[in-house]
Design a binder for this molecule. Sequence first.
Ligand code: SAM
Length: 248
Amino acid sequence: MHIQAITLFPEMFTALTDSGVTGRALQQGIWQFAAINPRQFADNPQGYIDDRPFGGGPGMIMMAPPLQAAIDAARQSSPQGRLIYMSPQGKPLNHMQAASLAREPALIVLCGRYEGIDERILTSNEVTEISIGDFVVSGGELPAMMLMDAVIRLLPGTLGDARSAVEDSFANGLLDCPHYTRPVEFRQQTVPDVLRSGNHALIAQWRLTQALRRTLTRRPDLLADRRLTPEESRLLQYIRQEERDIPL
Ligand code: SAM
């Protein structure tokens, strides 16, 4: 997958390109990255790409012409690339959307700064606006990196064991189960016996029960959106009986 970020701060993306799972996947050629700085398309020697808002008010707005030039430059290498604007006003990012974006051949991710971008960029391009949550951060770079990480880890070959992504929270509509590793004893707490039993069927059932229990107590909204298997329905009924105080 080819990803281009339109950003005033290309150096921030080294957090993704130089380390961890995403850095390794880049080295393996699973994704490619280029940053385009709209400053290179500024029409003034100082490189200003922002100006005061019409109508007055605080802050500056990123101007349309240099942003459009950056989008057009990105389109030259990825004519089919999906254009995304990171915005608190977009649809909140979730697993389903990350999985859908992971099937795209290319992404062009526009990162805003200041008070945001001139609206005409959004009305004159086909743009998907994506938010990382109902709060505002100072720029689109961190949101873009969160989106990119969520997408890249779903690309075939990125994770050492492909089962990891499938078993993560949200992938199958549930929260993940609790995990343990050595030592067996820690602060008077022992790893559940079943996980050391070697009985894979029992372990799978324990994990599913825990995932259902966590989802029921922490994110019941996820269960409302999910079609349960007969086994999940049976386990959920059992969990609800155990935790009678949780409303159905
Ligand atoms: N005035 C804008 C508003 O209230 O909608 C917020 C501007 S914010 C300070 C600057 C940039 O950060 C935005 O253009 C956007 O690219 C990015 N940003 C801020 N919060 C975000 C969020 N929750 N999700 C995605 N991007 C965000």
